[in-house]
Design a protein around this ligand. Structure first.
Ligand code: NAI
Length: 408
């Protein structure tokens, strides 16, 4: 059991996490002891470095395995200062009561801006003209080049990124229609279509912004290309599996599709050392970018703030909103109370046993919130200030206990 009110919290930030993360931790007004390390240590090194560390920040290269978690009993939370969390054994982290956070939405604007730029580049064949000039060919022609004003943009997936592209496109005078599996509030003058087919038939540009799910895999294939307007364009800056690449190649070869912009691929090279292979390599009317839609300085900065804030709220107040492996819960800080955080195995009677322990001390419970997920329960409880801090050890002794912390 740990009592988080006294000592400076040891924080370790690996892999050159943006400096704004340290500033954000310090801005929370609690004592912090922050160490940074530029690279990604070996598992052995990491275990050594994690002694006494309560908060660990990583990017995509450091693997947090069951072995690391077992060897780091002080660790309370891991922040992935990136989008993905595949590098962390989330299930093991849940069993060890270690909360994992990431920054899924810090780069939405960056993606929207690139998509918008590519819409204009495609409409003007600008990437093609650039490649020709690099080869010494001066092709000054207006043939097939159009303004985007008054053209229709079809946005597939109207979550965080989709509406931003819609609004930016409207500023350029485009008409926006969108399709989403869920009924969505349309921003600006956008209109939700009845289904995907309606969007495909109407749009001059179709831009994909859906997640990778069984329903979205190859959701744009031969049938969908056939429905699209002849001479229209496709953009995919979402996930590689969403577009059937051989079908795209066929649609490009037949001229049904006038061009495409791809940022994501079904198979992406693991690193810059591996070659990039794709059936659409060599098409000059296809803009290819190496999964850089969200890769901007601003996105890195925003990620630094977003993850450090999530970790601080979790560590200092127990707020688990945005946590990827524990139940999400939040309780407003009322002051003048002792806050108990308990992560436990979800089994009958846990709450009543914890409440019973508090009641037996004749102490009032002022507020509590409780959620369960995937076999784990998460409790935030505020009890009257006079509560003995020995209560932590008593809760910890329950067979349901995974981790107990006493805050303020
Ligand atoms: P989001 O989760 O906020 O929105 C996705 C939307 O798609 C939701 O509104 C959802 O209801 C909708 N959707 C899900 N299944 C659907 C289906 N079968 N048909 C129609 N709509 C469906 O996601 P966000 O943040 O807007 O990201 C969109 C995509 O962009 C994700 O795949 C994400 O991984 C990717 N992405 C790519 C980046 C890059 O570097 N190229 C950077 C950031 C995100």
């Amino acid at each position: 059991m740990s009592s988080e009110s006294q000592e400076a919290t040891k924080i370790l930030l690996l892999e050159n996490i943006h400096a704004v993360a340290s500033d954000t931790f310090n801005a929370a007004g609690k004592p912090r002891d922050i160490a940074t390390f530029p690279g990604s240590p070996s598992e052995e090194q990491l275990v050594e470095m994690l002694r006494g560390v309560k908060i660990l920040g990583i990017r995509s290269k450091t693997n947090i395995t069951e072995g690391v978690l077992r060897a780091a009993p002080d660790l309370v939370a891991v922040g992935c200062f990136c989008i993905g969390t595949d590098q962390v054994d989330l299930e093991a982290a849940r069993r060890h009561g270690v909360a994992v956070f990431n920054a899924p939405f810090s780069n939405t604007r960056s993606v929207a801006e690139l998509a918008l730029a590519e819409i204009i580049m495609l409409a003007r064949k600008a990437a093609q003209r650039s490649m020709e000039l690099h080869r010494g060919k001066w092709e000054k022609s207006a043939k097939g080049c159009v303004e985007v004003r008054r053209k229709t943009l079809g946005v597939v997936g109207y979550g965080h990124i989709g509406p931003q592209i819609g609004l930016l496109a409207e500023a350029l005078g485009m008409k926006v229609v969108f399709h989403d599996i869920v009924k969505k509030l349309a921003l600006g003058n956008a209109r939700q279509t009845v289904d995907l087919d309606e969007l495909l038939k109407e749009a001059d540009f179709v831009t994909m912004h859906v997640p990778d799910t069984p329903l979205t895999r190859k959701m744009i294939g031969a049938e969908q290309f056939a429905l699209m307007k002849p001479g229209s364009f496709l953009l995919n800056l979402s996930r590689g599996a969403v577009v059937d690449i051989p079908a795209l190649r066929d649609a490009l070869e037949s001229g049904q599709i006038a061009g495409a912009a791809l940022d994501v691929y079904p198979q992406e090279p693991a690193s810059g050392k591996d070659p990039f292979e794709s059936e659409v390599r060599g098409f000059e009317n296809v803009i290819l970018t190496p999964h850089i839609g969200g890769s901007t300085e601003e996105a890195q900065y925003n990620i630094g703030i977003e993850v450090a804030e999530s970790l601080s709220y979790f560590f200092d107040e127990g707020t688990s909103i945005g946590c990827v492996n524990l139940p999400e819960a939040q309780l407003p800080v009322s002051g003048d109370s002792v806050r108990i955080i308990n992560i436990h195995k979800d089994m009958p009677g846990v709450l009543s046993r914890i409440n019973g322990l508090i009641a037996s001390l004749h102490v009032n419970i002022k507020a509590q919130t409780y959620h369960t997920r995937d076999g784990v329960g998460y409790l935030i409880m505020d009890a009257e200030k006079g509560l003995s801090r020995d209560i932590g050890a008593e809760i910890e002794a329950l067979d349901s206990n995974i981790r107990t912390r006493l805050l303020f």
